[in-house]
Design a protein around this ligand. Structure first.
Ligand code: ZN
Length: 293
């Protein structure tokens, strides 16, 4: 399952190709992916111009000039390939090793620029929907989705407001998609490490009684943004590729400080602790009990 930084990397790779281009033709090669394609999918896209390519949680949203939006999810194994004459490019370094078997090319966008964007998805857990732009916020996919962890919305004050009074462990609160959108297990572990906060600490401890953020809340907000931005810069990462022997590894996963490093010495200078693995709500958490309090 791609994590948020991978989806954002894909968005940044596709945006210059899609935005401002017209969809001359769209080839839909199957009736369904995870779900059936919308009725008259190709016909509704034909001739439309893409005015923006956005991301919300792990969804890509292409705004079209007739008021509909094309909502796309990569599922487990989806990738986009850009063909420009003889050149090929798959946004997101971690996808370099896959997405080339033409048998799994399910949708082809032929653009007015002469480029083609091909959606490839061997396991077909991805999907595409058409939704009116003004109905997106109320759509079941989006209406309960929390704050974007990338960008200006996430501050210490935001975390304090979201977590005030919560006795749940910090780890569980950070993974709650109704509070924060698209934050996954890997990046939560890494962000908590950087902020030197234990995943077991009560989430509510980041807010003072009057609701204002503690200094720890500010540190954590900064750490979350930094970890995500660095992963995007490095081209993302996912466990899936980590295990794929012939796959190219996203650079960032060589730099995990705690994730999947149980038993390793804590990399914080002068700490001397050892990375532990514990299970919280069925998910593995990795942390150093010596320096993360
Ligand atoms: Zn430590």
């Amino acid at each position: 399952m791609p994590e948020l930084p991978e989806v954002e990397t894909v968005r940044r790779g596709l945006a210059p190709v899609f935005v401002g281009a017209r969809l001359l033709r769209v080839e839909q090669r199957r009736a369904n992916l995870r779900f059936p394609f919308p009725a008259d999918f190709s016909a509704r896209l034909m001739g439309r111009m893409v005015t923006a390519l956005r991301r919300r949680a792990k969804y890509l949203i292409a705004d079209l000039d007739h008021g509909e939006a094309l909502v796309m999810h990569l599922g487990m194994s989806g990738s986009f390939r850009i063909e420009d004459g003889g050149d090929e490019n798959i946004p997101g370094l971690f996808h370099n090793s896959r997405g080339k078997d033409a048998a799994h090319d399910h949708v082809v966008f032929i653009l007015s620029s002469g480029k083609r964007v091909i959606y490839n998805d061997p396991r077909r857990f991805g999907f595409m929907l058409l939704v009116k732009q003004d109905l997106l916020a109320a759509h079941p996919l989006f209406r309960d989705v929390g704050i974007e962890p990338l960008g200006d919305a996430l501050t210490g004050a935001t975390l304090a407001r979201l977590f005030a009074g919560k006795k749940a462990p910090l780890k569980a609160a950070l993974l709650d998609q109704r509070l924060l959108a698209g934050l996954g297990n890997i990046y939560v572990s890494e962000a908590l490490y950087r902020a030197a906060l234990s995943p077991r600490r009560a989430a509510g401890s980041l807010a003072r009684k009057n609701g204002t953020p503690t200094p720890r809340a500010d540190l954590l907000a900064k750490a979350i943004r930094a970890v995500l931005e660095e992963a995007i810069e490095a081209g993302g990462s996912s466990l899936r590729d980590h295990r794929q022997a012939n796959g190219e590894l996203g650079y960032f996963q060589h730099n995990f400080r705690v994730y999947d490093r149980a038993g390793a010495p804590c990399p914080r200078p002068g700490c001397g602790g050892t990375i532990k693995r514990i299970v919280q709500s069925g998910r593995a958490s990795f942390y150093c009990a010596t320096c993360q309090k």
